[in-house]
Design a protein around this ligand. Structure first.
Ligand SMILES: CC(C)(COP(=O)(O)OP(=O)(O)OC[C@H]1O[C@@H](n2cnc3c(N)ncnc32)[C@H](O)[C@@H]1OP(=O)(O)O)[C@@H](O)C(=O)NCCC(=O)NCCS
Length: 153
């Protein structure tokens, strides 16, 4: 590690591992597991918790998994309709992203994503940390909306 990077990291807080008193939750049976990921120290903010923008990026990726099956090609996120950070995410949590299609329009698809954390020291127990609803649009090679080709799976 260079002199510069070690002097920068020495000013960062260590990862926050304080227990959070949050109710245990069960991932809903009508949602599909679309992504699992473990946030790393580089994903933390200056409080030592995980940066909200990192969580949003993962939700955007996870949210696209089911719509991609209907779009069968290029698509873009047109809206984040709702995004709730219910509990902090911690370094080392195992995050599970569960998704459910909510609506298929002419060119757009709306999906609900619930994010559940297994704290690194409490595996097998889920806490709901984030809930979001996003809309994706199937687009053509010119980036213009195109009809969703697949209406059911
Ligand atoms: C996505 C994009 C092509 C849509 O173009 P547009 O001219 O707004 O298209 P339209 O107005 O015809 O809307 C297309 C569909 O999106 C829906 N839509 C548009 N804006 C929306 C919004 N704010 N919330 C929810 N749905 C929306 C419309 O209802 C329509 O759905 P339908 O065909 O199922 O009825 C264009 O907005 C775009 O390129 N945005 C940038 C995308 C991007 O860079 N995303 C981030 C990185 S992936």
């Amino acid at each position: 590690m260079s002199h510069l990077s070690s002097s920068v990291t020495s000013h960062l807080r260590p990862p926050n591992t304080t227990p959070v008193d949050a109710p245990e939750a069960t991932p809903p049976a009508d949602h599909v597991l679309v992504l699992k990921v473990i946030p790393q120290p580089r994903d933390a903010n200056s409080n030592g918790d995980i940066f909200g923008g990192w969580v949003m990026a993962q939700v955007d990726l996870a949210g696209g998994v089911l719509p991609a099956r209907y779009a069968q090609g290029r698509m873009a996120t047109v809206a984040v309709n709702q995004f709730i950070f219910k509990q902090p995410v911690r370094v080392g949590d195992i995050l599970s992203f569960y998704a459910k299609m909510e609506r298929i329009g002419r060119t757009s698809m709306t999906v609900n994503v619930g994010v559940y954390a297994e704290r690194f020291n409490n595996q097998g127990h889920y806490i709901k940390v984030t809930e979001a609803t996003l809309t994706f649009v199937a687009i053509d090679d010119q980036g213009r909306p195109r009809p969703v080709p697949k209406r059911d799976l």
